[in-house]
Design a protein around this ligand. Structure first.
Ligand code: AKG
Ligand code: FE2
Length: 193
C-alpha cells in the first residue's frame, strides 16, 4: 500500500487578523508582474499574477516563526533534509480576471533545485474571489468531482495553509472575479537525488 501524501493541510493556521496584517505588509510593497525564476520577462503563457517579497525583519519575524512551526509539523510526514527558508516569502496577488498560474513544479531542477517543501497561505476570504483555486495534480487526478469541490472548499478557507513537496505539480486556476492573495514559502535543503 502506498501511503505517500501529496500534501498536508493546516486549517486556519493563521487567524483572520494575522492574514490581514500580512496583506497590509504585502500591499505596502511594490507588487510587480510576476516573472518565473531565472526568467526576466513575465511569461503570460505560464503565469499571470503580481508578486512582492516579504523579507525577515523585526516586523515580519512572527510570520517566519509561525511558518517554521508548520514546517516542523509538515515535515513529520515527509522527513526531508531541510536547511531553512532559502528565500524571502512570496506575496502573490491575483487581481485581474484571467490571472492564473498553469501546472508547474516549484523545485527539482535548475536554480530552484534546493526547494524541497512549498507552503501556500490563503490570505483572502474564500468569498473575496471566484476561481483562482489552488490545485495539486495529484488531488485533481485522484478525486471525484465532489471530492475535488470539498478539497477546494477546505483549501480556500482564509488562513489555511497547504504544504506539499516542491516536486508536486500544482496550479492556480484562472481568476473569474475579485482578488485573491496568497503567501508562498519555500523551504530549502540539499537537492533531491
Ligand atoms: O498562489 C498560489 O496559491 C500558488 C502560487 C505558486 O504556485 C507559486 O508561486 O509557485
Ligand atoms: Fe508553485
Amino acid at each position: 500500500m502506498n501511503d505517500y501524501r501529496s500534501h498536508v493541510t493546516f486549517d486556519r493556521a493563521f487567524t483572520v487578523r494575522q492574514c490581514q496584517r500580512i496583506v497590509a505588509l504585502g500591499d505596502a510593497l511594490d507588487v510587480d508582474t510576476a516573472s518565473l525564476s531565472g526568467v526576466e520577462v513575465p511569461d503570460d503563457g505560464l503565469r499571470r499574477s503580481r508578486v512582492a517579497w516579504i523579507d525577515q525583519t523585526p516586523d515580519t519575524a512572527w510570520i517566519y516563526d509561525k511558518l517554521a512551526a508548520l514546517v516542523v509539523q509538515a515535515n513529520r510526514t515527509y522527513r526531508f533534509d531541510l536547511d531553512g527558508f532559502g528565500e524571502d516569502l512570496q506575496y502573490t496577488v491575483y487581481d485581474e480576471p484571467g490571472a492564473f498560474y498553469t501546472w508547474h513544479q516549484d523545485g527539482l531542477v535548475g536554480d530552484v533545485a534546493t526547494r524541497k517543501l512549498a507552503l501556500v497561505v490563503q490570505l483572502s476570504p474564500a468569498t473575496a474571489y471566484e476561481g483562482a483555486d489552488l490545485e495539486l495534480f495529484d488531488v485533481v487526478a485522484d478525486s471525484a468531482p465532489e471530492e475535488l469541490a470539498a478539497w477546494h472548499g477546505r483549501v480556500r478557507v482564509q488562513g489555511s495553509v497547504t504544504a506539499f513537496p516542491a516536486f508536486e505539480y500544482h496550479r492556480v486556476t484562472p481568476l473569474r472575479a475579485g482578488v485573491r492573495r496568497s503567501l508562498v514559502v519555500w523551504v530549502s535543503g540539499p537537492p533531491f537525488r
